[in-house]
Unconditional design. Structure first.
Length: 431
RNA sequence: GGAGAUGUGGCAGAGUGGUCUAUUGCGUCUGAUUCGAAAUCAGAAGUCCGUGAAAGCGGUCCGGGGGUUCGACUCCCUCCAUCUCCGCCA
């Protein structure tokens, strides 16, 4: 949510920001509602003030044993008018808020202009030099990850589809262990080297939490919902972990607060049928470690760079070829003021796969979730940031396609080996 | 799931229809005293909305929402959370 003051004091700033994004909002309607709302508010406060005076007078008269009928009549009349004005006010405020919740964040000044993902800026490319020759060296094309996985028995899409549906893969044997190794490595590394506190959150949240981080009301159709309890399956640990501190005033000395949380992530992916529906590229359920940070507003952009580096380090340790994109205004997520995407290269797919999105939301989520801090005696909203660090499916794809051995096996990156019981290579089954 | 109890400021804890402008204690901040501190004394302090250049002024807030009433911390309904006991169950 934007600072409501902007709608009356800096409408042009909103207009400009929304234009850069290509977002359409009926700003004039909102501005007018705000003006009307304040007018009613002034009247309402006057009426209430009058009623308070009259009520006090009644109390005094009654205590003195005198007749207060005149004042009682007065408050009765005032009460009726207050009720009428209050209804008007509440209605306006509700409608204004409903609209305000649908207004995206304004892009930071540094974000490059653009209309779509085609306009994103590549700011960095990190090419890993393989320790041993993978398949793909000497002009031999590496095998597709689905083939490698099948040959090594790492996952089972068919049975996942049988028990649940497409987009719900099963990891099997060393495949399951490899995925778990990644998650453990990510978590342990963040805690040991990046100063994060590990969080293990609920995977199901209430509506208020979904509104707090910005998934609702706009993206309802993307969420799995449990009707009986009116709860939502989380699309990312960002939701529970950010909302953890909802309606709190955080101690300024404790900032930045940094969390790393593993969760399963559930996404209906409504409207994406046909796009990457095969394999690992678009799943309804996957596992991810999410980094979440609550920052002093003054330093949130340094924190943003830090989170990006945290995610990058993991890819480097895994020996993967990746690049960093700075998203343009048109490709920015709903709540983000600025965002980096990390994309890993899949040599058989021959394409870049997004494995992390690192965003600074500034006070956009903090306003919705009411997360504040007091700095130098002044109450203010914190800045929230988050980034994947990392989501496993596409990282696994890149691993499978990047670390093949000449014998058709898979080299396990050194950092994962301790989590694999020392297994350094997953070898093909003997025929 | 059943029965009961509780929810008040940073914390503890009074308040059962009208000086509640929320008692009191602890803690916090400021000042006095002191060489300095402790102790003591005096004072101050919250949120959000509106208004105003500002000082200030008005409104709002006793778990959330709704109701009764001229008036609600107080009465009623409902939801949520916590606690106790019982039942069930990883």
């Amino acid at each position: 949510m934007l600072d409501p003051r902007l709608y009356r004091e800096e409408v042009d700033k909103i207009r400009h920001g929304l234009e850069r994004r290509g977002a359409k909002v009926d700003l004039d309607a909102m501005v007018n509602m705000d003006i009307e709302k304040r007018k009613i508010n002034v009247r309402l406060d006057q009426l209430k003030s009058e009623r308070n005076v009259a009520t006090e007078s009644i109390a005094k008269l009654k205590r003195a044993g005198q007749d207060a009928q005149a004042d009682i009549e007065k408050t009765r009349t005032l009460g009726d008018e207050i009720k009428a004005q209050q209804e008007k006010f509440d209605d306006l405020e509700a409608r204004f808020k409903a609209m305000a919740l649908l207004v995206p964040n304004l892009p930071h000044a540094s974000v490059p202009d653009g209309r779509s993902s085609a306009d994103n800026k590549v700011v960095k490319e990190w090419r890993h030099k393989p320790a041993s020759a993978p398949a793909g060296a000497d002009g031999v094309k590496p095998k597709h990850h689905l083939d490698v996985g099948k040959e090594l028995g790492l996952f089972d899409f068919e049975r996942g589809a049988k028990i649940t549906g497409s987009g719900f893969p099963i990891f099997t044997g060393l495949g399951a262990r490899l995925e778990r190794a990644m998650l453990n490595f990510f978590l342990d590394f963040h805690v040991a080297h990046h100063g994060f506190t590990e969080i293990s959150p609920p995977f199901v949240v209430n509506k208020a939490s979904m509104i707090g981080t910005g998934q609702l009301p706009k993206f309802e159709e993307d969420m799995y919902h449990c009707d009986a309890d009116d709860l939502y399956l989380i699309p990312t640990a960002e939701v529970p972990v950010t909302n953890m501190h909802g309606n709190e005033v955080l101690d300024a000395a404790s900032l930045p607060i940094s969390y790393a949380a593993y969760s399963a992530c559930f996404r209906r992916e409504a409207g994406s049928w046909g796009k990457d529906t095969r394999g690992f590229l678009r799943l309804h359920q996957f596992n991810k470690v999410e980094m979440v940070q609550f920052s002093d507003p003054a330093t949130s952009y340094q924190a943003h760079e830090f989170l990006r580096e945290c995610a990058e380090t993991l890819l480097q340790k895994l020996g993967l070829h990746y690049r960093v994109l700075e998203l343009c205004t048109g490709d920015l997520g709903f709540g983000a003021a600025k965002c980096y995407d990390l994309e890993v290269f899949a040599p058989a797919e021959e394409r870049w796969l997004e494995v992390s999105s690192v965003s600074n939301f500034e006070d956009f989520q903090a306003r919705r979730a009411n997360i504040r801090t007091k700095i130098d005696g002044k109450m203010q909203f914190v800045h929230t940031l988050n980034g994947s660090g990392l989501a496993t499916p596409r990282v696994l794809v890149a691993l499978l396609e990047s670390h093949q051995t000449a014998e058709g096996g898979l080299r396990v990156p050194e950092v994962l080996q301790p989590y694999m019981g020392g297994v350094a290579e997953i070898k093909p089954k003997k025929k």
